[in-house]
Design a protein around this ligand. Structure first.
Ligand code: MG
Length: 381
């Protein structure tokens, strides 16, 4: 489902103690606001509007370098003013789902987003993850301490999901007043509100000790995704072949629309598969004349750029070439070096292997060459 996101990062975060506003602090080497943007991109967001304090707008580009599909806009003095500014900057029809998220909750995941979108799809006007209150609640009035009932109490988290038109109407009804929670506005207007499963990982970084906890959780918030790719090309007349970006003299050539580099095609598909971005034919249709004879390195570089745009990192890749001839061994080092260069990876994380099928099948009969590849990508869950 197509959806937009509004991330509020304009607060000063005074309770977090001295230092930069919390959204701008580092968490495991990346600014906290970048965590949410990467996670929402990985979850499939089409458009992200980041609302930042006016004096921080110039820093957003650096904090989100390499990521795509985001825009920044200046927030106001209060949370409600910032959400209003974000709503004004968002495009789309009234029915468009929009997720409003707080940058101080860096560990949002694809599962959280999927549950929220499903709630909207099922007819909710608004949805938010929430956890039942499990601690005993105390009410303190001066020196007097009493136990407050916790039955029926839930803690609402973000992101919170709405249809764009409904949220705009709720803010219009609010006028110049303030709301600390967007869900409350829809409740007040009599809208149907659904709570989705909350998650301790959606913790809001508020106090100095929260940051130490977040550092410990940071590793658990990233997952490794795997993709697999296969390609085959037919042998035909010629005097050489491109394999894994290396030209090898041979008494035949592989036939294809581009340079027919089956190794690069299989690896490109493996990387696209790891990030759920379709296959090479969708990105570079064989029917499009501009790819005739194209150097397939551009296809692989494109897939790597898509990974980076989602805030992902390629962990390692492994390609297997299946053919009787030419012998791959003498060219293996050059192939690894070329793949490492295209992907900007250390060679130790790039593998090229080869096998024959001992005369069996289409590769054994030398009708064609096949390549298989796997890629691992580390990114937000
Ligand atoms: Mg191919």
């Amino acid at each position: 489902m197509s959806f937009s996101c509004l991330i509020v990062a304009a607060g000063q975060g005074l309770r977090a103690g001295p230092g930069a506003p919390k959204a701008w602090r580092d968490l495991a080497g990346r600014p906290i606001l970048r965590w949410s943007v990467e996670a929402l991109l990985a979850a499939g967001a089409d458009e992200i509007v980041l609302v930042a304090a006016p004096d921080r707008l110039g820093d957003v580009e650096g904090a989100l370098s390499g990521l795509t599909r985001w825009r920044a806009t200046a927030g106001g003095a209060t949370r409600s003013q910032s959400v209003r500014a974000g709503l004004a900057a968002l495009d789309g029809e009234a029915t468009r789902p929009v997720l409003v998220h707080d940058a101080a909750r860096p560990f949002v995941s694809g599962a959280h987003v999927a549950a929220l979108l499903a709630a909207l799809e099922a007819g909710a006007d608004a949805a938010a993850p929430a956890l039942p209150v499990s601690d005993t609640l105390k009410r303190v009035t001066g020196a007097r301490v009493e136990t407050a009932p916790r039955e029926g109490l839930w803690r609402a988290q973000t992101p919170q999901a709405f249809r764009l038109g409904r949220l705009r109407a709720a803010y219009a009804a609010l006028g110049e007043d303030e709301a600390t929670d967007d869900l409350a506005l829809v409740e007040r207007a009599g809208g149907r509100v659904t709570l989705t499963p909350g998650d301790p990982m959606l913790m809001k970084l508020t106090y100095p000790e929260d940051f130490a906890m977040a550092e410990r959780l940071a590793g658990a918030a990233r997952i490794t995704r795997t993709g697999f790719g296969v390609d085959a090309h037919r042998w035909g007349p010629g005097d050489g072949v491109w394999l894994c970006g290396v030209r090898i003299a041979h008494d035949r050539a592989l036939i294809g629309h581009s340079d027919a580099d089956a190794g690069l095609h299989a690896l490109t598909d493996a990387i696209l598969g790891a990030i759920g971005e379709g296959d090479i034919g969708q990105h570079f249709p064989p029917s499009d004349p501009q790819w005739r004879g194209a150097a397939s390195a551009a296809f692989l570089a494109h897939a790597a750029a898509l990974v980076a745009a989602k805030g992902g990192r390629i962990v390692n890749v492994d390609v297997t070439l299946i053919c009787e001839r030419p012998k791959v061994g003498p060219h293996r080092a050059a192939m690894r070096a070329r793949l490492a260069e295209i992907l900007a990876l250390p060679q130790g994380r790039v593998s090229v292997k080869a096998t024959t099928t001992e005369g069996m099948g289409f590769t054994g009969r030398e009708e064609g060459l096949m390549a298989q590849a796997v890629a691992a990508v580390e990114m937000a869950g």
